[in-house]
Design a protein around this ligand. Structure first.
Ligand code: NAI
Length: 343
């Protein structure tokens, strides 16, 4: 099996090279992202392996299908960048549903603690032997209410971590989990009661810009917003307005709506064209990391191993339990009806 691997970063290679040993899989690592301009690189391959910011739209899918590519293997959980509906009947799509919810949840807590205790500021001050504490007053997390939107794998781990800090954990999810230790509320109640709000739901047509001016108006003054999920969940202009009006006390952002052509690249020698991102980064109560929440050794190894298993499983018997069902949108049902195949 020949796999064209797009948007390769140096940290991707060791785990994948190890995982394909003795499997019969060969991988060509391409640096560019998959998009209409680069799709021709996939000609002659059986599968493409893509990440969060590759563009897998109708045009790309039709070209891949024309080249005889049979499988799109996402090496991530989210698949909002793939037109899965358009793939139906043409190319199968598999993903890595879980690789380390701990990596993402722990990063969310790292951001929160850094922001609340001004670690990002203190680090710079002490490097210059400035040991003044002025402006560093934080607050205890103990006893605060954290509102978790999306109590799937990552949201549940984040909830466990927060309970370890003695926080009250309230939550909103379309499908509440009875035994997950959350107090489920309506979205409005969650906005009204939370000192901290952490987003862990996927980006869909329904959740796009769920944090907008109207939602922010319902929140507590001084609320801290954490987003380790997808940038599009937040209307960034509304977030900036909320921070400028002192309604929002701080933001911890590992993702950004317009990250596609910025994150994962080094622009330290350039003038940043994106004024919105530059404004966010200029704010003392905002911490931005470049979509790194997933980046732990455990997660990278799990991603590589699961992706390789997905490819092997698909090419050996045409069935993969991590296939995305884009026909009936009900994976369990689809597995029964279609014998674990989407089409
Ligand atoms: P999951 O599928 O286990 O959980 C998602 C939860 O969101 C489910 O409980 C689902 O019912 C809920 N949900 C769906 N629509 C909703 C809505 N409209 N309102 C409220 N809840 C809703 O997913 P998991 O593994 O916990 O990942 C969550 C998100 O984290 C992913 O969608 C992905 O975008 C993001 N992610 C970010 C990473 C990073 O490096 N920053 C790495 C991995 C995932």
């Amino acid at each position: 099996m020949k796999v064209a691997f797009f948007d390769t970063k140096p940290y991707d290679i060791p785990g994948f090279e190890k995982s394909i040993e003795n499997t019969g899989i060969t991988i060509k690592f391409y640096e560019p992202k998959l998009c209409p301009d680069t799709v021709q690189l996939a000609e002659g391959y059986d599968a493409v392996c893509v990440f969060v910011n590759d563009t897998v739209n109708k045009e790309v899918i039709d070209k891949l299908y024309g080249y005889g590519v049979k499988l799109i293997a996402l090496r991530c959980a989210g698949y909002n960048n793939v037109d899965v509906k358009h793939c139906y009947g043409k190319i199968h799509v598999v993903h890595v549903p879980a690789y380390s919810p701990y990596a993402v949840a722990e990063h969310g807590m790292a951001l929160l603690l850094s922001l609340v205790r001004r670690i990002h500021k203190a680090y710079n001050r002490t490097r210059e032997f400035n040991f003044s504490l002025n402006g560093f007053t934080g607050f205890d997390l103990h006893g605060k209410t954290v509102g978790i939107i999306g109590t799937g794998k990552i949201g549940c781990v984040f909830g466990d971590i927060c309970r370890g800090f003695g926080m009250r954990t309230v939550a909103y999810d379309l499908f509440p989990k009875e035994d997950a230790g959350f107090e489920y509320l309506s979205l409005d109640e969650l906005y009204e009661q939370s000192d901290i709000i952490s987003l862990h739901c996927p980006l869909t047509a329904e959740t796009k810009h769920m944090i907008d001016e109207e939602a922010i108006a319902k929140m507590k003054k001084g609320v801290i917003i954490i987003n380790t999920s997808r940038g599009g969940l937040i209307d960034t202009e509304s977030l900036i307005k909320g921070i400028k009006e002192r309604k929002i006390g701080g933001a911890c952002l590992d993702v950004y709506e317009e990250e596609e052509n910025i994150f994962f690249n080094d622009f330290s020698d350039h003038i940043m064209d994106d004024d919105t991102l530059a404004r966010l980064i200029s704010m003392p109560n905002v911490i931005v990391t470049g979509h790194q929440a997933f980046l732990t050794e455990e997660a990278l190894n799990n991603i590589a191993q699961t992706t390789v298993n997905n490819i092997l499983s698909f090419f050996s018997n045409g069935i993969c339990e991590n296939e995305l069902c884009y026909h009936c949108a009900d994976v369990e049902q689809c597995k029964v009806i279609r014998n674990k195949k989407c089409f």
